[in-house]
Design a protein around this ligand. Structure first.
Ligand SMILES: Cc1cc2nc3c(=O)[nH]c(=O)nc-3n(C[C@H](O)[C@H](O)[C@H](O)COP(=O)(O)OP(=O)(O)OC[C@H]3O[C@@H](n4cnc5c(N)ncnc54)[C@H](O)[C@@H]3O)c2cc1C
Ligand SMILES: NC(=O)C1=CN([C@@H]2O[C@H](COP(=O)(O)OP(=O)(O)OC[C@H]3O[C@@H](n4cnc5c(N)ncnc54)[C@H](OP(=O)(O)O)[C@@H]3O)[C@@H](O)[C@H]2O)C=CC1
Length: 502
């Protein structure tokens, strides 16, 4: 053992990370073993608790997330002890973790749930912001209140939410693809949503989604920012509800989309002034009107791979996440996936003895069901944390456990541009090649429904709007009924498909 450290506590169940995955895992372990102490070690002074959990259908689930002081968790589960200190080092051979407060903790079984970090287009550039936790979201808001124009890079969940929510600030949205929202939508769904984006945004306040964060937790977080370099838990749905996402201007929405390009070079103001040869591009809105004469001097200029250059106040890099596997895991020989996550098998077990992982940090490395894929989402963090606890419990008493049902079918419910969005199975025909057919139904401004079929069987679906079809489609994907005989009738609005199949 490390010289100078207090003697380690006895081996127990230890969970690292106070996000959805870690907290769910600790809670389940506490329920399985009421007479044992469960240690939850987290770098953030608030934890994320799942509340109001509702199983909407067999696989679809909805819940709220509350950011709470860790004492609330300890009150609910007297056998959970929370340590608010980052893990400095894992010593897997010694079954021990060292924390930044100078203590060491022996584990008999450990679950790593340390989440992920934003994957930024440029590390260390003060004008490039990522959004992950409460602190980074607040920093973004602070910068936005002084901004006239910002650039958003990326085409996934965060970018989709931001372009819809930001007001009073020009947005140059830079995407690699031809259509918006590539991580969730195909071109058809993107077109359906784009029409909403360019339509004048209603003055009415957008209906709230879910999630409330307690100010209690926030206050405490502000007071205890002692864990320099450590990240807080990821935000979740409705993270922007409490933030005033308004720039300095009076207009509502001004978005210019640059498709099929990436960032080539970022110039600071001074660098740009020196390279005078470059001429500025004036951004245009959807009517091809110049939105500015651009006499402005901007703090930062961005050259895109299509040759255009835009000045802006700052850049948001909404370009995905990287699993948070270092430096506290250095020196341990984990198998990692292509995306850098800790590989876990069908029992959430990593490649090292007695170490499990769940949530954004891990890479699912089992042979998945044909209609499931990993995405770093809230629901999967909860499901993985829950299932990891079940596997840890079973292993410690020598029992076997079957794969949890939630991994049978990918199911995600969320909101984009104020539409309810349900994604099921291979919703974008991922991995199906050209051997599939799509059946579509679209009513502009109201709903967009897409069913993905292969050999007459439904493999996935996208449901945008209040379609009420999620349960029926979920069943059709799960039971793999041959739907060839129904053809296009499957989405005929005159046929009540729910009655047909339920
Ligand atoms: C802006 C934003 C919006 C999102 N919106 C949605 C959405 O609408 N729907 C959806 O499904 N998903 C959404 N997500 C994704 C979702 O939030 C994550 O997938 C999920 O929260 C991951 O949970 P986790 O527990 O694995 O990790 P995290 O929530 O990141 O938790 C990791 C925990 O580990 C702790 N930690 C890190 N390092 C250490 C260390 N060395 N020692 C101790 N503790 C450590 C952290 O402090 C934190 O408590 C969003 C993400 C972001 C950033
Ligand atoms: N409502 C919801 O469900 C929400 C979910 N989230 C989740 O939070 C996490 C973080 O969100 P986000 O950052 O948007 O991540 P996402 O993974 O959703 O999207 C990242 C986007 O950035 C693109 N990209 C990656 N690298 C570059 C680059 N160098 N230049 C330009 N574009 C690039 C990706 O394109 P490509 O795919 O081609 O690599 C993709 O379009 C994700 O796990 C996401 O699923 C976030 C907000 C809302």
């Amino acid at each position: 053992m490390e010289a100078g450290h207090p003697p380690p506590t006895a081996g127990q169940f230890v969970v690292v990370g106070g996000g959805i995955a870690g907290v769910t895992c600790a809670e389940q372990l506490a329920i399985h073993f009421p007479s044992e102490d469960i240690l939850l070690i987290t770098a953030s002074p608030v934890i994320k608790a799942v509340t109001n959990f509702k199983q909407v259908s067999k696989v679809l689930e909805e819940f709220d997330v509350e950011e709470q002081p860790s004492t609330l968790l300890e009150n609910r589960f007297p056998n959970i002890k929370v340590i608010e200190s980052g893990v400095k080092q894992l010593k897997s051979e010694e079954h021990c973790v060292l924390t930044e407060d100078g203590n060491q903790h022996l584990y008999k079984k450990l679950c790593l749930c340390a989440g992920a970090k934003p994957k930024l287009i440029r590390e260390g550039n003060p004008y490039v912001l990522g959004i992950r936790d409460t602190d980074s979201a607040q920093e973004f808001q602070k910068q936005l209140t002084k901004a006239k124009r910002i650039m958003i890079i990326g085409n996934g969940g965060i970018a989709l939410e931001l372009v819809y929510e930001i007001e009073g600030c020009e947005v140059i949205w830079v995407i690699k693809d031809t259509a918006i929202g590539n991580t969730f939508f195909d071109a058809g769904a993107a077109e359906f949503l784009t029409s909403k984006l360019i339509a004048e945004k209603s003055e009415a306040k957008i209906a709230q989604k879910r999630t409330r964060y307690t100010t209690e937790g926030r206050k405490k977080e502000a007071q205890t920012k002692g864990n320099a370099g450590n990240i807080g838990s990821a935000l979740g749905p409705d993270w922007h509800e409490g933030l005033n996402l308004k720039g300095t201007k009076e207009f509502s929405h001004k978005i210019h989309i640059e498709t099929m390009c990436e960032v080539k070079k970022i110039y600071l103001q001074e660098e740009f002034r020196i390279s005078k040869k470059k001429s500025l591009t004036f951004p245009r809105d959807h009517h091809n009107q110049s939105v500015t004469t651009d006499k402005e001097i901007w703090p930062v200029y961005v050259e895109l791979t299509n040759g255009k250059i835009y000045g802006c106040n700052f850049i948001v890099s909404a370009t995905g996440v990287t699993p948070n596997t270092g430096p506290f895991l250095c020196g341990n020989n984990f198998d990692v996936g292509e995306d850098g996550g800790l590989k876990v098998n069908d029992h959430m077990h990593t490649s090292l003895p007695d170490i499990y992982a769940a949530g954004d940090i891990c890479t699912a490395s089992w042979e998945p069901s044909p209609v499931w894929q990993q995405m770093r989402l809230w629901t999967q963090a909860r499901q993985m944390g829950w299932y990891a606890a079940k596997c840890m419990a079973a292993a410690s008493v020598g029992e076997s456990v079957d794969m949890d049902f939630s991994f049978e079918l990918f199911a995600h419910v969320t909101k984009f541009f104020n539409y309810k969005v349900v994604l099921l199975g291979k919703y974008n025909a991922q991995g199906l090649g050209s051997d599939h057919e799509l059946i579509l139904r679209c009513t502009k401004g109201q709903e967009y429904i897409k069913a993905v079929l292969q050999n007459g069987r439904m493999m996935g679906a996208v449901l945008i709007g209040e379609t009420d079809l999620e349960e029926t489609f979920e069943n059709l994907i799960l039971n793999q009924m041959n739907l060839s005989a129904y053809g296009e009738d499957l989405l005929d609005p005159n046929i009540d498909i729910e009655d047909y199949f339920d």
